[in-house]
Design a binder for this molecule. Sequence first.
Ligand code: ADP
Length: 201
Amino acid sequence: MIRFINVLKNYTNVIALNNVSLEVEQGEFAYLVGPSGAGKSTLIKLLTCEERLTTGSLTIGNIDVKQLPDHKIPDFRRQIGVIPQDFFLIEGLTIYKNLVYVLKAIETERKLIKEKALRALEEVGMLEFKNFYPSELSVGQIQKIAIARAILNEPKILLADEPTGNLDSKSAIEVMKILYQLNQKGTTILMATHNSTIVNT
Ligand code: ADP
């Protein structure tokens, strides 16, 4: 489903990824483990086209990401769920309205908006918090909403960049359980983390 072949990514003064080859099969739950600065975020950004690779080849399904023209990137991104490191919600809107806002922004058919938002909240066990405001939630609960936002469009691939990075161990386990369940239902997951204890657990 995801294939890197001899990928090199240069920033102005740094080679962030050098000669990376890897494959993630459909339905796999793969971890990207390494210390800070190893290039994990860069690898994820190449998959979302937030950064473009310098040389090598990258395909997702049958899409050649390197050849993807800029005007096709927004559509392409809608097919991939991303749990970013710097997730934020709009403070003045409830959790439900935050999700509706995202769905409207990506031009979701009007009649599907409510169903998609509620389904995503249910998947992450946060339905009962739908009318809460972001400031009323814990960091762990916010992270569950980050997952809900990432799965609004029922993506086949979910990319998670340090999703447990800021969490206490109880919340981290809850988040991992949600990701595990999504994977069990068929979503391919690639998760970056520097925390090998989480991976081994
Ligand atoms: P990780 O996610 O594993 O911490 P990153 O992908 O963020 O690693 O960073 C890999 C390397 O690329 C680091 O040396 C980092 O300083 C560098 N880097 C990351 N983003 C940029 C950028 N936008 N411009 C220049 N260098 C960057």
